[in-house]
Design a protein around this ligand. Structure first.
Ligand code: HEM
Ligand code: HEM
Length: 140
């Protein structure tokens, strides 16, 4: 398995652990009140840690592994894959904090756009891998 794939899978597991812990804290009255006391929307933070952290990272990791293999084609760009990994996961830490804490108005657009752009890098990378494979098949 390529180290990039392992990174995505491990990040996914870390997000799952964090989001589950956070979900549990949202069920306990004292910690629930404390989290709501920060003025943001802690359920939204938990939801995005689960969906954009755990679910997206695991799907992306498996896709980076399996799609190039199905196509018999090297992934278009591993550097772009790493850029996607770091912008996506560092961005999601910021996005999660933006949901949790009310008042810092720049957090949501800055980190929201960072994570969104990271997803677009994934689309570009996989799309280009398909294109390269189709061109190869036309030559063959
Ligand atoms: C450890 C297991 C889990 C616990 C204890 C838990 C707990 C909670 C709680 C208490 C809420 C309501 C938050 C509120 O009052 O605003 C919530 C919302 C939510 N949870 Fe979980 N959850 C768990 C697992 C999951 C999983 C596996 C997913 C998805 C993969 C998920 C996705 C969501 C979403 C999308 C919301 C709605 C967020 C929102 O309203 O903005 N949760 N969860
Ligand atoms: C680029 C990354 C993302 C950004 C910037 C983002 C941002 C947001 C924002 C700002 C809201 C609140 C909308 C409102 O005010 O009504 C929202 C809601 C929601 N998002 Fe995302 N999101 C992202 C990725 C995702 C992903 C990958 C999923 C699922 C796989 C997801 C699932 C949801 C759901 C279910 C809601 C509605 C529940 C709630 O209010 O928490 N989001 N998102």
């Amino acid at each position: 398995m390529h180290p990039l794939v392992i990174r995505f899978i491990k990040a996914s597991l870390i997000w799952f652990a964090l989001a589950s812990t956070f979900g549990m804290l949202l069920t306990i009255p004292a910690t629930r009140d404390a989290l709501f006391g920060l003025g943001g929307v802690p359920g939204r933070m938990h939801g995005h840690m689960m969906l954009a952290g755990f679910m997206s990272n695991i799907v992306i990791g498996v896709a980076y592994h399996i799609l190039p293999r199905f196509l018999g084609q090297e992934l278009h760009s591993y550097p772009t894959g790493y850029l996607h990994f770091w912008t996506g996961n560092i961005g999601l830490v910021g996005l999660a904090l933006a949901f949790l804490i009310k008042g810092v108005s720049a957090l949501l657009p800055v980190f929201g756009v960072t994570v969104g752009v990271s997803f677009l890098l994934f689309v570009y990378n996989i799309w280009s891998t398909f294109t390269a494979s189709e061109k190869g098949e036309m030559r063959a």
